[in-house]
Design a protein around this ligand. Structure first.
Ligand code: ZN
Length: 254
């Protein structure tokens, strides 16, 4: 895959960062923490962006967690949603993180991490399960656009995981699975490993299965042919998190 043009766009975007609008103002405090990548005085101006200049996965993850805290507190600032910022992305994109999450309408990554357009490359499937086709989309950000961070995000009370748990438990007990008006046989199969891995865990079995699914997915994507070398070279960090519907907080799991 020829990524040279895309990478060139990234440099252009960073160089042109001074023209970025007021959408990132509320992220200024992060620049004050030394995350400006040595860009000096320009980063101190009220228009300096934060997330889009970061190269370190740790710093990017921290910005996302800070954004999530704002979301959980009801203090979202919706950065990078103004027209000026949108126009600055016409020639190219440089999402700083890829997020692989569930289709659940309550768990929109851009909102949950209080980010805007161009910040995250998001792939979503029911139960955040993947196959070869989906994994190409998940790996596109890190492999083609040099996103240094990939977040696998599961969530509390996931409907897909709940359905899979129900079906696999019924299969194990030799019971007739409950009839549903909407069947997810491929998704159930894709979640079988998480079901097996979470057996015997204490607490809510679906929550345990959600967690197991995130951890297995982090491992599998870290070893994916498109990503393994990036991970080995330290150019990509893959983290797992679980989102609480009750609190709005994403908790990193390992
Ligand atoms: Zn879900």
């Amino acid at each position: 895959m020829n990524t040279l043009n895309i990478r060139g766009d990234r440099r252009k975007l960073i160089t042109g960062a001074g023209a970025i609008g007021a959408g990132a103002i509320a992220l200024l405090a992060l620049d004050a923490c030394g995350s400006d990548g040595g860009k000096g005085a320009a980063a101190q101006t009220p228009t300096a962006p934060a997330l889009d200049t970061l190269e370190s996965a740790d710093e990017i993850w921290q910005v996302l967690l800070d954004g999530n805290q704002r979301w959980a507190d009801g203090d979202s600032v919706h950065p990078h949603t103004d027209a000026e910022w949108r126009e600055s992305l016409v020639e190219g994109q440089s999402p700083r993180a890829a997020v692989f999450s569930c289709v659940d309408s309550r768990v929109s990554p851009e909102l949950v991490f209080d980010t805007g357009v161009g910040d995250l490359m998001v792939t979503r499937t029911a139960g955040n399960v993947f196959d070869p086709l989906v994994s190409e989309s998940v790996s596109y950000g890190p492999a083609a656009l040099e996103s240094p961070l990939l977040v696998v995000l599961g969530h509390q009370r996931c409907g897909a995981v709940t359905a899979a748990h129900e079906a696999l438990l019924a299969e194990e007990e030799g019971a007739e699975p409950e009839e549903h008006h909407y069947a997810l046989p491929e998704t159930v199969e894709a979640l079988r490993a998480a079901y097996e891995a979470s057996k015997g865990e204490s607490g809510d079995p679906v929550d345990a299965m959600v967690k197991a699914n995130v951890l297995l997915t982090v491992q599998a994507l870290s070893e994916h042919p498109n990503l393994a070398e990036l991970v080995a070279d330290g150019e990509l960090t893959v983290v797992g998190g679980v989102y609480s519907l009750e609190t709005g907080v994403v908790t990193e799991i390992a």
